[in-house]
Write a protein of this length. Structure first.
Length: 132
């Protein structure tokens, strides 16, 4: 990761899902404290440079992947994955200009879980790290 001179970094609000179900495919996470809001509108252009996910406990089977989305379209460039190696927390940072958005575009998070993901009682929160 290479920082931009004069760039302003920001951590987005948390997205979350409670009682993670097995076999989900690109399901929108909701913003923490909301039951319906899944995206935030960006006030300025920028780049998504990092993602993190944390679970309320260790996963025991399968995998869970979170990815950023822009205007509802999931990006495959950046993900954070809970698996046999990272059972409770994961984070990834990438170089800027790989996932860019414009002023007014909506940024969100999507979750995918494998068939047999367990335990289904886990709760997860996830953040994006953005440079403006």
């Amino acid at each position: 990761y290479v920082a931009m001179t004069g760039a302003i970094g920001q951590v987005t609000p948390c997205w979350n899902q409670n009682n993670i179900a097995s076999n989900q495919s690109s399901v929108a996470l909701t913003l923490l404290g909301s039951t319906a809001m899944t995206e935030i509108v960006m006030a300025a252009p920028g780049d998504i440079v990092g993602i993190s996910v944390a679970a309320s406990g260790a996963r025991s089977d399968g995998s869970l992947t979170v990815r950023a989305s822009i205007n509802g379209v999931e990006s495959t460039v950046l993900s954070a994955v809970l698996n046999a190696t990272n059972t409770q927390r994961a984070e990834t940072i990438i170089q800027h200009s790989r996932i860019s958005f414009l002023e007014g575009q909506r940024v969100g998070m999507r979750i995918t879980t494998s068939l047999g993901f367990a335990p289904e009682t886990l709760n997860v929160t996830s953040n994006l790290f953005i440079l403006f």
